[in-house]
Design a protein around this ligand. Structure first.
Ligand SMILES: Cc1cc2nc3c(=O)[nH]c(=O)nc-3n(C[C@H](O)[C@H](O)[C@H](O)COP(=O)(O)O)c2cc1C
Length: 310
């Protein structure tokens, strides 16, 4: 059965309705254009674009990627061509192919987020939501440094919310202790959902040169190595019942995706797996649908957060 024949696979996060729970993670799928050569990307619940800032950013000095045991360490530093590039180069394709698109927005402070939102307002009818990246560990200003401060999270969210008419999602970091407080601030600012988790701060060292393997010294760890961390963060945050969660962090199979849904994810984000298997989105969606059929689960929403944990 394909997902279009199965209304029980659709999910709702606040006012955001996705035809299925598969969401591509920011920075691991570009804007989906290249992946459309391998399967019909419009079948996905949503794709999240690479984080775009107002002006182009060069990112951090190389090397910026290194493999670790069951993981990938990156210190890209949010290299991107700037929002105008997205609007003029990617958006026409996205519109034509009807991708369900979440635009990831990045600013170094509330003013940059505000200026960016003013630009995004002109194209918002082509997006299902925006995601505010308040959690990148690889940059000095903005990203995680903003997402650590409860007042800033509320302020940035409320500022963007006032400018745009589409839903706002806030992307959160696992590297902070006060996730419920930060999530509450995002909600107070008008966010309808959170994405959790961004990468975990990590490091790798070359024992021949004694040098860090990344030019930026530390980076963000993703992939299967972080899956148990992500599951625990999502499980604990879901119990607080503050906002719906797009859960991500090391999902490599449909079985992983089901675990994330049972832990409390209303939708599941696929990131690093897209570098390993170009058709991961389609395969994981098919696997979830087969699982539902085999278990007689009529609505995927019925098992969100249903882990039997005491
Ligand atoms: C190479 C790379 C680039 C990323 N770039 C971004 C980004 O631009 N914005 C963002 O919010 N997250 C970014 N992320 C984080 C992912 O969206 C995701 O939260 C994280 O990788 C955990 O999921 P995964 O283990 O399935 O990859 C990036 C991750 C990787 C591996």
């Amino acid at each position: 059965m394909n997902s279009n024949d199965n209304p029980g696979i659709s999910v709702k996060l606040g006012s955001i309705r996705l035809k299925n729970p598969i969401v591509m993670c920011s920075g691991t799928f570009s804007s989906g254009i290249e992946y459309n050569n391998f399967y019909d990307v419009s079948m996905l619940g949503a794709i999240t674009t690479k984080s775009f800032s107002l002006k182009p950013r060069e990112g951090n000095k190389p090397p910026r990627l290194c493999e670790t045991s069951a993981g990938l360490l990156n210190s890209i530093g949010l290299q991107n061509e700037g929002i105008d590039f997205f609007i003029y180069e990617h958006l026409p394709f996205i519109k034509r192919e009807r991708f369900n698109t979440i635009l990831s927005m990045l600013g170094s402070d509330v003013n940059e987020f505000s200026d960016l939102a003013v630009k995004v307002r002109n194209i918002e009818e082509n997006l299902i939501a925006v995601e505010l990246n308040l959690s990148c560990p690889n940059i000095e200003k903005g990203g995680m440094s903003l997402g650590l401060i409860p007042e800033e999270v509320e302020n940035v969210t409320a500022t963007v919310r006032k400018i745009l008419n589409i839903p706002v999602i806030v992307k959160l970091s696992p590297n902070i202790e006060n996730l419920p407080e930060i999530t509450l601030r995002a909600k107070n600012g008008g966010a309808e959902a959170v994405s959790l988790i961004n990468t975990v701060v990590g490091m790798a060292i070359d024992i021949n040169t004694f040098k860090p393997k990344l030019g930026n010294v530390t980076g963000g760890l993703s992939g299967p190595a972080i899956k148990p961390i992500a599951l625990a963060k999502i499980f604990n945050l879901h119990k607080e019942k503050i906002l719906p969660i797009i859960g991500m962090g090391g999902i490599f199979s449909w079985e992983d995706a089901i675990e994330f849904i049972l832990a409390g994810s209303s939708a599941v984000g696929l990131g690093t797996v897209n570098f390993v298997d170009l058709q991961a989105g389609k395969k994981i969606l098919d696997g979830i649908i087969d699982f539902m059929n085999n278990k007689n689960i009529l609505n995927i929403g019925d098992i969100i957060g249903k882990v039997k944990a005491g």
